[in-house]
Design a protein around this ligand. Structure first.
Ligand SMILES: Cc1cc2nc3c(=O)[nH]c(=O)nc-3n(C[C@H](O)[C@H](O)[C@H](O)COP(=O)(O)OP(=O)(O)OC[C@H]3O[C@@H](n4cnc5c(N)ncnc54)[C@H](O)[C@@H]3O)c2cc1C
Length: 401
């Protein structure tokens, strides 16, 4: 990937973008075939990323990150995510990145020292345990996993699934119901997030749920059976779990979209290079108007998704209410990615669904993103509610802020 400085961006962001692209182009893409198995190579690239000050763009400098805002991060990440291997090599990978964000915002100094710092340093892994098989994940008020206080401990009982990364994790952040209806209080104040080390007795992984036939993501089904942790493992104040989940998922959704932009860009690049060389029926694919349509439609999908994500990041940095924009990109970007990757697969023929390109993984990833972190329908409802509420209050929608 060759990129030029963006004329309207300041030098510092352009410099970050160019240096990120150089590492992706020179060290990651040529080594993609072996990065999955070669730990030493992964560590060498991580060292180079750290040496260049490009580690953990989403975190403040005092915690070993770059201290970038969402907007600067969006500009960096679209080139970073050109390779599906980059996120882990730049220290910004889900679910750790989202957990780092909530530990930063809600964690005590001791929790930051014990959990956040090793997580940022890459010495620990984590997971986020919210969704339950018996309850609709799209309704966060439905959670039944219960934490009951017993002396100076929380005792947790419940059943979760799709806790990604759990089999590798040193600790889970678990969404628990700590307040019950009879005790009063609003529906939004009934949950609390609690940090559970995964070696605590009673934390039991039932299985890694296969997704698209694979268990790579370690999306685990877990039983919490009388799991006891000290009260100081409570993250934030009692009853703040719902808000903390919103904060975590909000940032996480934007990170996912930034990654999807890079992935789309890569799919586009693979497709365009291929159609310039592949001959069918006495001519190059590039000469067929069907294929020219693929190029044009994908260009528009990528640029629209990219600008929507940049706008969302701008609103977040400006301290505005970003809920509508987050929901918009959460719907639009994975769907655009699905279309772009689908066209690339079509243009490549059988090779497109083989393991010889990253397209097959991108395709299932894009489809999954339409469910994970809230399905499309729920986000459509959020957008409509926000817009109607504004008009009901006598205003009109301002697309600029
Ligand atoms: C690969 C993957 C990784 C995940 N990782 C994690 C993780 O790390 N931690 C975690 O806690 N969870 C995780 N999840 C769970 C994810 O967040 C949930 O799947 C998601 O919130 C949807 O919940 P659900 O699957 O229970 O679907 P349900 O809530 O049962 O919804 C099913 C369908 O109903 C429809 N629907 C829902 N509400 C409405 C509505 N109001 N109007 C119209 N239609 C509606 C939608 O089409 C939706 O897809 C992951 C999921 C996947 C697929």
């Amino acid at each position: 990937m060759n990129i030029a400085p963006i004329p309207t961006l300041d030098n510092a962001v352009n410099d970050i973008r160019l240096r990120t692209a150089a590492i992706v182009r020179e060290q990651i893409i040529p080594n993609e075939a072996q990065l999955g198995s070669n730990q030493q190579l992964r560590e060498e690239i991580r060292q180079e990323v750290r040496h260049q000050g490009l580690w953990a763009p989403h975190l403040p400098e005092e915690y070993g990150g770059m201290g970038l805002g969402f907007l600067q991060h969006a500009y960096m990440n679209e080139v970073l995510a050109f390779s599906p291997y980059s996120a882990r090599l730049f220290g910004v990978v889900a679910p750790n990145s989202g957990n780092q964000k909530i530990l930063l915002k809600y964690g005590t100094d001791e929790q930051k020292r014990r959990w956040l710092e090793p997580l940022v340093a890459g010495e620990m892994e984590s997971c986020f345990s919210m969704t339950e098989p018996e309850q609709p994940g799209s309704n966060p008020y439905a959670i039944q996993t219960r934490a009951v206080r017993d002396g100076d401990e929380w005792v947790i009982n419940g059943h979760k699934w799709f806790t990604s990364n759990a089999a590798r994790a040193d600790f889970a952040i678990v969404m628990c119901r700590t307040e019950v209806e009879e005790e009063g209080g609003g529906a939004r104040e009934r949950m609390t997030q609690i940090i559970v080390p995964t070696d605590t007795p009673g934390f039991r992984i039932v299985r890694e749920v296969p997704v698209w036939g694979h268990t790579h993501g370690s999306h685990c089904e877990i039983i919490y059976d009388n799991v006891r942790v000290p009260l100081e493992n409570q993250l934030g104040s009692r009853g703040s779990g719902h808000q903390a989940a919103q904060d975590r998922l909000g940032a996480g959704r934007v990170f996912h979209c930034m990654n999807s932009i890079g992935a789309m860009w890569r799919a586009f690049d693979i497709m365009v290079r291929h159609v310039r060389e592949r001959e069918v029926h006495g001519g190059l694919l590039r000469e067929k108007q069907f294929v020219q349509g693929f190029i044009a439609d994908s260009y528009m999908d990528i640029q629209a998704a990219r600008l929507m994500t940049i706008h969302c990041a701008e609103v977040m940095d400006g301290g505005g209410d970003s809920r509508t924009d987050i929901s918009s990109i959460k719907i639009f970007v994975p769907a655009a990615m699905e279309r772009v990757v689908d066209r690339a697969i079509q243009a490549l023929g059988a090779k497109g669904v083989s393991g010889d390109t990253p397209l097959a993984g991108m395709y299932t990833g894009a489809r999954t993103l339409r469910l994970a972190d809230g399905p499309d329908e729920v986000h459509r409802i959020v957008i409509a509610k926000q817009v109607l509420k504004t008009y009901d209050a006598g205003g009109n929608w301002d697309f600029g802020v």
